[in-house]
Design a protein around this ligand. Structure first.
Ligand code: ZN
Length: 238
C-alpha cells in the first residue's frame, strides 16, 4: 500500500434518526400519536436515503437506526434532558434504563467499534452523520438548503466543511449551504461524544443537515440534490 493510500481518510456514515418505527413493546405509548411519529419530530425524512447513498458511493460502513427518536434519541448523550421524549420521559427509571441498554447503547457501541477499527488500521476517520431539518420551525422559515455542522475548534473539520460547501456550490450554484446551521456543531450529539474520545488527528465529525423541503417535495429537485451531495463529498474528500 502506498503512503498516499494509507493516509486517505476512511468515511463512516451514520443515521441516528433514520426512521419512525416503534418497537412492539412500546406501541401502547404511541397508540394515539401516529401523527407525531409521521412528522420531523418522529424522525428525519430523507436522512437514511442520503446515508445509504453516501455509504454505497464511497464503500463506507453505515450504522443506522429506523427506530423513532421519540423512544430514545441516539443523538443525545446519557443524562441529557432530551434523551427521552415526552412519551418516554415519565416511564419508571428501570424501563428507561432498559430502553437505553437495548436501543441506545448497542447503536453507540457499533459506531465506536467502527471508529476504533478504522483508527487501528491507521486511517483518519471522517464521520458523516446524516440528518434533515424541518423547513419551518415555530413559524420561522429556515434559510438554508444544506447545513454542515462541525466543531470550529477542530481545524480538520473546519476545512473539510469548507471544501464540501465549495464543492456543493460549484456543482449547484445558488444552493444555500450554511455552516453550523440550523444547529451548532458543538451541541450535544454523537459527533461531540466521539470528539471527546478520539483526537482531532484521527477523527473528524460532520453533521449533514438537509432541508426536508426537498424530501417532502420529492421529484427532480430531490434526486438532483442527492446526486450533488454524493459528488460533492467525493470532491471534498479529494
Ligand atoms: Zn436528526
Amino acid at each position: 500500500m502506498t503512503r498516499r493510500r494509507a493516509t486517505a481518510p476512511a468515511l463512516l456514515v451514520t443515521a441516528e434518526h433514520g426512521g419512525n418505527r416503534v418497537p412492539a413493546a412500546y406501541r401502547a405509548l404511541f397508540a394515539s400519536h401516529a401523527d407525531v411519529l409521521a412528522t420531523h419530530r418522529g424522525y428525519d425524512p430523507g436522512a437514511l436515503t442520503v446515508a445509504r447513498a453516501l455509504a454505497a458511493r464511497l464503500g463506507a460502513p453505515l450504522v443506522s437506526s429506523t427506530t423513532t427518536r421519540l423512544l430514545v434519541d441516539l443523538n443525545r448523550s446519557l443524562g441529557h434532558r432530551r434523551l427521552h421524549s415526552e412519551f418516554t420521559r415519565s416511564l419508571p427509571r428501570d424501563e428507561r434504563q432498559r430502553i437505553v441498554e437495548r436501543h441506545w447503547r448497542p447503536y453507540r457501541d457499533e459506531v465506536e467499534r467502527h471508529v476504533v477499527r478504522l483508527i487501528d488500521e491507521g486511517r483518519r476517520v471522517v464521520h458523516v452523520s446524516s440528518h434533515s431539518f424541518t423547513p419551518v420551525l415555530d413559524g420561522k422559515v429556515r434559510n438554508a438548503d444544506i447545513g454542515l455542522l462541525y466543531d470550529p475548534g477542530r481545524a480538520a473539520e473546519r476545512s473539510l466543511a469548507a471544501r464540501w460547501r465549495a464543492a456543493l456550490v460549484a456543482l449547484q450554484p445558488g444552493l444555500r449551504v450554511r455552516m453550523n446551521y440550523p444547529y451548532t456543531g458543538r451541541a450535544d450529539g454523537l459527533a461531540r461524544d466521539l470528539r471527546r474520545r478520539f483526537p482531532a488527528s484521527r477523527y473528524a465529525g460532520i453533521e449533514l443537515e438537509v432541508n426536508q423541503r426537498y424530501v417532502l417535495a420529492g421529484g427532480r429537485d430531490w434526486t438532483m440534490l442527492r446526486r450533488v451531495l454524493l459528488e460533492s463529498i467525493v470532491l471534498a474528500l479529494g
